[in-house]
Design a protein around this ligand. Structure first.
Ligand SMILES: [Zn+2]
Ligand SMILES: [Zn+2]
Length: 313
């Protein structure tokens, strides 16, 4: 499924099976998760060179039957100051799957073996795919919350439904914030252990020690600050967000902070994929056939499913 240019519908094309370069694996794609970042690319909110195959949560199988996961981080230089200080997620020359490298909305993909991740046994392909971005980026964002015992999740989609389970297993109390009236997402949040679920404009029963903003809506930042106790942190986990409206300094005062989380390191990937089966994280997945990838993206935009969407060739 090819994206020819921002704003155009994905197009089903026939291409030769890609040739793996040195150090790359040729993978038969079994499943590929759909991510909000795919919508940002589709909408031209992130730069990329077209045409491109989107999709950066790939569960694939090698010619010799080995199952691997391909995440967003597709390649790093290994030489820049960030790479040399354990922060390859900020590599100045990083290449990202489904943005700089063709991704997984296809029946085959090639990936640098050094950036592929082992998929834990016990996760069927469909259930494993959302772990590879929603899970990994969510996990990195959760780590940025330190040991906060009262955690707010703003936007209860693919990432939040995974991270809610991890946070609850760690003994944290979770409040879930959704669009007003999104009964399905709020019900899923309660089912997964959130002690409170409501609209983003509401205040939780007790002030939060940390909040993660997953939804790409800037007004959620002051909303989350308003719900935060002194010393708390708001972590913005998305790659793109609408403008953050101005807000009174009082909301930030009291050593509150706002920060973002960008991409992932391979260490994040390995750590999370070891943790997921021990929680155990269960993903709620809506399946789409590959030619319906465009419909999956539309359903994500409209909030027509709870949990995660996965495209299957
Ligand atoms: Zn993603
Ligand atoms: Zn680098």
């Amino acid at each position: 499924m090819m994206l020819d240019a921002p704003g155009r519908p994905l197009r089903l094309v026939e291409r030769d099976v890609p040739e793996p370069g040195p150090g790359q694996l040729l993978l038969e794609v079994r499943a590929c998760g759909v991510c909000r970042t795919d919508l940002h690319l589709l909408d031209g909110e992130l730069a990329f060179t077209a045409p491109r195959v989107l999709g950066h949560q790939i569960v694939g199988v090698t010619g010799d039957g080995r199952r691997v996961g391909v995440p967003w981080l597709g390649w790093t230089c290994g030489e820049c100051a960030y790479c040399r200080s354990g922060r390859e997620n900020l590599c100045v020359r990083a290449r990202f799957t489904g943005r700089d490298i063709d991704g997984g909305f296809a029946d085959h993909a090639v990936a640098d073996e050094r950036f592929c991740l082992p998929i834990p046994d016990g996760y069927p392909d469909l259930q494993a795919a959302p772990l590879l971005c929603a899970g990994l980026i969510g996990f990195r964002a959760l780590r940025m919350c330190g040991d906060a015992a009262r955690l707010g999740l703003y936007g209860f989609g693919a990432a939040a439904h995974i991270i809610c389970q991890v946070a609850v297993a760690e003994g944290r109390r979770v409040s879930a914030f959704t669009r007003a009236g999104d009964a399905a997402a709020q019900a899923l949040a309660r089912e997964l252990g959130a002690e409170w679920a409501g609209a983003s404009e509401e205040l939780p029963p007790e002030p939060l020690e940390a909040a993660i903003v997953f939804a790409p809506a800037g007004p959620l930042v002051p909303a989350a600050l308003r719900a935060l106790a002194p010393g708390g942190t708001v972590v913005c986990a998305g790659i793109h967000m609408s403008d953050i409206p101005s807000f009174p300094y009082e909301l930030l005062w009291g050593e509150r902070s706002v920060r973002s989380v960008a991409n992932l390191t391979r260490a994040d990937g390995t750590a999370f994929l070891e943790l997921a089966p021990r929680v155990p994280v269960r993903t709620h997945v809506t399946e789409y056939a590959l030619p319906d990838a465009e419909r999956a993206l539309g359903d994500l935009r409209a909030g027509r499913f709870a949990g995660a969407a996965v495209v299957v060739p």
